[in-house]
Design a protein around this ligand. Structure first.
Ligand code: SF4
Length: 597
């Protein structure tokens, strides 16, 4: 079977042992790889009620069958674990070059178990796998750690690390690879920190086996044409990065501002992708084999590095009332250095600003830190550093906005779903995105079912964003499709241009399988149901399939989405029924059997 190396590493950090196991071909056929395969392994191997930060939780780094192949964007990998931020199954995707390199080293995935007594890192060079002392790296920033490891193991080594935020167990800590690429969401970096695992260095020299080179060439050419000819993947993303969305989303009146108190930002132009490209972009920074190249590399005075993405600009920008783009770039930089998820970090500062506005957080709480006033750009930079260092009041914020707001008795001011911060789209003016947020298996998230695509961008077809009819069905399709793409090893952004048949053909050419586009989406549905079953077993039921009260009760006051709340109550029963679940949102026995979960 092409696409897979056939080997999974199992590293027990308590015992200091490294074992090799065969990749389970039957599971790979049902769950593909990446998010699907790793989530299935996690589900089979851990108690869903385990404390996410205990040695009994496992941390899985998994590639897909297309990772490391010459497919467009084929360099992604997934980090899967029980998530400390949400208590749900957690999976976080990243690009860059690390995932492809793991395939070149001969592995499909790494499973980490237990907890090392002292800080360690893993060094992988093809067949050689060593657990090495990381005491001298502990406490270092992401770039310092990466440089130190490149000095030891050579510049060709690809490095995935945690920063101080992960070491100190911030629930919004990321795993960072290739310096500025992040498996950002769900707090996966804290699980790595809880295991005293600072870094994974990989160097490989083999090629991923391809079942049918001629067929791959043909499918590759077809998909490249689609990617180049599509307005989003061929023009918008290459020119302006994901920040191309700032003006588009703002013009639709769904650009959350001041912690979702408003839905449009008067100074959006100042923080737009166009302004970023004109003033601060130094170069594009694409991931492995990516023809789209949305990645940015920006410079402001003393700061240079990857990003910021659209969601980052929103979180530190309009959500905090900030229009100072250089300081947003600085906040993004410090997230990358400390290893923080930019969405949760920025949105937590926004929630803190509302707590300050309401007099719940006082100057006394902040000590010598800057005031948490709307628009205070110095505050977003300084509080990011303090959250990253998990110091003083920053330690309280590093727990995420839900726990912060809850500690003041107002959890409803946290703009989260299942305790994870929602990104940059106000679902009051995008009805389907509300269902997608509410039902996301990993909590508030845009890349688990990107209904922005049909409701705002008109891809694959334009839907009326205020209409409720059909949104449950569309959400299910997007969620299932995304789960399969996440498991393939390709970047989700290819889906603006490619359809299910394209992905199935690509997987078939690489693996020698014969999936149809329908099979591909059904694989995603299987993954979605399996994740849901994990969450239910972890005690996360349909009562958590909801949105913050503000979005359900308080209508948008101004702009093109004026007068709207999200009508989740009307869409949710339809969503459950479309999924073949009972009215309590539980997959039925028949559905699970039909999907062979
Ligand atoms: S589209 Fe952007 S995120 Fe996706 S692989 Fe390319 S550069 Fe990376």
């Amino acid at each position: 079977m092409g696409g897979y190396n056939g080997t999974i590493l199992r590293i027990n950090l308590t015992e200091g042992t490294v074992k090799r196991e065969e990749t389970d071909k039957e599971l790979a056929k049902r769950y593909l790889g990446g998010r699907g395969l790793a989530s299935k392994m996690l589900t089979d191997e851990i108690d869903p009620n385990v404390d996410p930060l205990s040695p009994d939780n496992k941390l899985i780094f998994a590639t897909g069958p297309l990772s490391g192949t010459p497919t467009p964007t084929g360099g992604r990998y997934m980090v899967v674990t029980k998530a400390p931020l949400t208590g749900t199954i957690g999976s976080s995707n990243s690009g860059g070059y690390w995932g492809a390199e793991l395939k070149f080293a001969g592995y499909d995935a790494i499973v980490f178990e237990g907890k090392s007594e002292k800080p360690v890192y893993i060094n992988i060079v093809d067949d050689e796998v060593e657990i090495k002392d990381a005491s001298s790296l502990w406490g270092k920033l992401v770039s310092e750690t990466t440089e130190a490891l490149e000095e030891i193991h050579g510049e060709k080594a690809k490095v995935a690390v945690i920063g101080p935020a992960g070491e100190r167990l911030s629930k919004m800590a990321a795993v960072m690879n290739d310096r500025g690429r992040a498996a950002g969401r769900s707090g996966v970096g804290a699980v790595m920190g809880s295991k005293n695992l600072k870094a994974i260095v990989v160097k490989g020299s083999s090629k991923v086996p391809i079942a049918d080179e001629a067929k791959l060439k043909e499918v590759f050419a077809r998909c490249m044409t689609k990617i180049k000819e599509n307005g989003v993947t061929g023009q918008g993303l290459p020119a302006y990065g994901t920040a191309v969305l700032v003006n588009i989303i703002n013009e639709n009146g769904v650009f959350p501002t001041n912690n979702f108190q408003e839905s449009a930002f008067g100074e959006a132009e100042e923080i737009s992708g166009e302004t970023l490209a004109e003033k601060y972009l130094k170069k594009k920074d694409p991931c492995y084999r990516c023809p789209i190249g949305c990645g940015r590399y920006c410079e402001v005075d003393e700061i240079k590095g990857q990003g910021p993405e659209y969601e980052t600009i929103w979180a530190f920008g309009s959500d905090c009332g900030v229009s100072n783009l250089p300081d947003i770039i600085r906040a993004n930089y410090w997230c990358n250095e400390y290893g923080l998820d930019t969405i949760s970090a920025g949105a937590t500062i926004a929630a803190a600003m509302e707590l300050y506005q309401k007099g719940l957080i006082t100057d006394n709480d902040l000590g010598d830190g800057p005031k948490l006033e709307w628009g205070n750009s110095a505050a977003i930079v300084e509080w990011t550093k303090r959250m990253g260092a998990v110091e003083g009041f920053g330690a309280k914020m590093a727990e995420g906005s839900y726990r912060l707001c809850d500690s003041y008795g107002v959890p409803e001011l946290s703009m989260t779903v299942k305790k994870q911060e929602m990104p940059a789209y106000d679902p009051r003016g995008i009805q389907g995105q509300g269902v997608s947020y509410a039902t996301s298996n990993r909590g508030g998230c845009h890349v688990r079912g990107y209904m922005i695509s049909p409701e705002i961008l008109g891809l694959p077809e334009k839907l009326d964003r205020f209409t409720l009819e059909g949104k449950a069905e569309w959400t299910k399709i997007f969620q299932d499709f995304t789960a399969a793409i996440d498991s393939s090893g390709l970047c989700l952004f290819t889906s603006f241009a490619m359809g299910a048949d394209d992905y199935a053909d690509m997987v078939n050419a690489v693996c020698g399988t014969d999936y149809s586009g329908t099979d591909f989406i059904e694989m995603g549905e299987r993954i979605w149901n399996m994740e849901k079953m994990f969450n239910l077993a972890a005690g996360i039921d349909s009562s958590q399939d909801t949105l913050p009260k503000r979005l359900l009760d308080d209508a948008i006051e101004e702009g093109p989405s004026k007068g709207w709340v999200n009508k989740l109550d009307e869409m949710l029963p339809q969503y459950y029924s479309t999924r073949g679940w009972d009215e309590k949102g539980v997959p039925t026995k028949e559905k699970l059997e039909a999907l062979n979960v």
